[in-house]
Design a protein around this ligand. Sequence first.
Ligand SMILES: *Cc1c(COP(=O)(O)O)cnc(C)c1O
Length: 473
Amino acid sequence: MSDLRYISTRQGSRTPLERLTFEQVMLAGLARDGGLYVPERWPVLSPADIAALRGLPYAELATRIMAPFVGDTVDAATFSRLVREAYASFDDAEVVRLKALPVDGLHLLELFHGPTFAFKDVALQLLGRLLDALLTRSGHRARIVGATSGDTGSAAIEAVRDRKAIDIFMLHPQGRVSEVQRRQMTTVLSPNVHNIAIEGTFDDCQDLAKACFNDLAFRDRHHLTAVNSINFARVMAQIVYYFHAALQLGAPDRPVSFCVPTGNFGNIYAGYAARAMGLPIERLLIASNSNDILTRFIESGEQRITGVTPTFSPSMDIQVSSNFERYLFDLFDRDGKALAAAMESFRASGNMNVSAAQLARARATFDAGRLDDGDTLRAIADAQRETGELLDPHTAVGYAVARQKRGDRAVPMVVLSTAHPAKFPDAVKQATGEAPPMPARLAALAAKPERYQTLPNDIGALKRLMDDAAVFA
Ligand SMILES: *Cc1c(COP(=O)(O)O)cnc(C)c1O
């Protein structure tokens, strides 16, 4: 097995490169220089290699696509077992489901059949198992501290529940997450899961989590780690479904385009990676809500920070898309020093410009469109009328942008469906007049016992609770 290494997007180009193994990247998350890790090269599949993947069951395809990234960090039999176990947790035997829509040659790729009904399960179900295997092997335990405004906490909790070497402390703002969102977290009674309701806002929760990381002695004592979207293993796991969909639509003989409801750029960056690996992807469409920094970038070549507006698609309410730096690294011809300088000035001034030549290159791969809240509700209603499908607000943004920017109708366009509509019943009801049907597993949450602790917005109280939690074996 080739020995693929990883480098930071901000690494100086003159000093000898620091080349990390997959295991080091998994455990480190963010690079010490503030950059993100990327593979030093993309493994490339020939058309014949791609054709040979046709018809494989999802877990088998996933094992083959990810193998070059993992290298010999995990032996082949163990890796294949972890992948099979991760995807056995999905409701749908196909894991992700491709549906043809009766409109414009569009297809829907449903990524929400995992334990928490959102696409993040696809990556996190594997990440939790991989992290646990690596920690167990090295004889370490780690603790995850995270803050959630409601949507992503449950995916992280489901990823690590009952894992042997990981404990998770998830902070949510008391009384400010929906009942379903709270119950998705607090009905997980595994001893390694600690739900904490903070008497404060989501920002307070984030500040508390950050303060834990900034106290280096505390961070080392607890072996703190994060499972957020900058971990490269999440990108790696997401590459698989681009292959899965494109193979069903005729790849490698036929190109395919994708439209991706985008927040932190992690999902669509995996599509970019699939393209770099040789998958014939014609265009990648960035679908934004009103928080449209990336759509404005594709229009103007300028990345400019503005405030965050709350929308019906909260998982796309971002100010800056953290994974975009990975793409910029390539746009800067992998000159980490130049990118580090550009990112520092971007953080200080709130804007950055790329050259006309760089913008032209970006536009050769990406196109972008946006949808405000009013149009999002209309898109949910339109999609239901035109296709019979009930879409969640994130997917509806993708559906409408795919129609706006359809392009060559001979090329199939796949809209990634990132959440089950029942996760966002209020918006769906406002759009269609009817609440979406609740999957039995979500409805059952109402009758399950909950467990969580409540703490004041006080870092001392949080640290005492974590110090006292006697979960170290
Ligand atoms: C996280 C999320 C997104 C955005 O994905 P990124 O990888 O951050 O671009 C879109 N839709 C849903 C439902 C999500 O949970």
